[in-house]
Ligand binder design. Sequence first.
Ligand code: GLN
Length: 546
Amino acid sequence: MPEPRKPKIIFVTGGVMSGLGKGVTSSSIAKLLQHTGLKVTCAKIDPYLNVDAGTMNPLIHGEVFVTDDGGETDMDLGTYERFLDQNLSSDHNITTGQIYLEVITRERKGDFLGGCVQIIPNITDTIKKKIIDLANKSKVDVLIVECGGTVGDIEGLPFLESFRHIRNQEGLHNTLFVHVTLAPTLDAVGEQKTKPTQHSVQELRRIGIQPDILVIRSQTSLLQESKEKISLFANIPVSNVISNKDAKSIYAVPQILESEGIVDPICEHLNLGVRNLRWDSWPKISMSFLNTIDEVSVVMVGKYVSLTDSYVSVNEALEHAAAEKGFTSRVDWVDAEKFEKRASTTRLLSKYDAMIIPGGFGARGSEGKMVAANFARKNDMPYLGLCFGFQLAIVSFARYACNLSEANSSELESKTPHPVIDLLPEQKGIKNMGATMRLGGIDVDIVEDTLAYKLYNSSQIRERHRHRYEFNQKYIDQFRTNGMIFSGSSDNGKRMEILEIPSHPFFVAVQYHPEFLSRPGFPEPVFRGLVSAAMNRRKSRIHRPA
Ligand code: GLN
């Protein structure tokens, strides 16, 4: 039997500034290699001290992406899953916090036998082991490891140092360094500037890493003369300087990189042979995001309104569903607190085709979200509630349709006489905040002859969760009598997972997070349902006589 081939490792680092789309670049390279018939996966390194993303504020750091195994991870894992159509586990996200926790726990146990525990080699070896173990465990041909942050950040240094060690250990042709930078164009001169890239490569070299490929973001294609200049200063063949101009859709990036010639130098360096691309449905899917005929407008009512990355998977899921219909989705965020002064509700909301109340925590803005959910219910506006948006639709229904005016979630008002949303029994007594919610993929049973059943076309689905509170089934009959039914449940009927109002065109809310399962070309069914309902509402509004 021939020896199984050693996995190749591609390291992706970033220079100049954050936000250049390292995640999309990593995913796009992975997608291209996947289309040459290789088995590929991606991992993300986050140099912060949090053990995972679960305790971080999405307003500052972006969405917390939940994996099927219950990991609370960096949002780049969502990008990898969507591009590769692959479910990843939590060990695809490595943080400084995890590494130090592991090393210090071993030190306390006495595992180092009196030795002095140091960043090099103890921290770097632990990082190295995690990466190599992941490459072997996932049985891939190529593992792509993206390092968060920007070269030169102090907290990223141990990781870059480990990458260097891995190259030494695994060999030049088993590892590849891709560096993502920017060539800005200053309006006044209109000239592409290569200096930031030159400096960033110098910084990388100072740590002992010579990049093999540069992927350079720019407004328009990188000029040949800019490529040549960069090639000279960075000591890289011109063919390995890849232009990545701004794209209308992230799903167009694999083809852009392919047409810029990224595949050959990668395969050549990694001794992967000449590999031809065999596209499947991807070009058609990625085109669907570009050739759109109209848009649906969705109002997202929430608290984390200033950073769109806070709900990136929700935005993507909407785009997937809209693109499938030849549409694009326009999402407007409205700060929930605005609805606490009721007067402006109709003016702010009635112009939209649909409403989403996404996941969230805490009391601020929650009263406004309940008012907004009630507006959607009473005005036949398509509504999708996600997790907190499920819970608040319930409180809103209790107050405004079931006559329980003091109903609330015990997360928001611990002394409410009607806790229609209450703490999960297993959450009682939990004190630690990290990784203690009801997390990850859980099977959901769906009741036949319901809208949920029609949408999913199945009596069982598996969806990802992240919550501490749930519907209090003491109220189930009262809700049913007033027109809200529960069409999905989990844990043998113990937890309610899906609600709907049969008399409404589309009022659906789910305790889980369907956005994490949506993929381009394969929208998650509740988003598909919402977009169809939104299109119907749009049509009827356009054709309504003045
Ligand atoms: N705060 C709610 C809970 O913990 C909802 C959580 C969420 O939306 N992810 O149950």
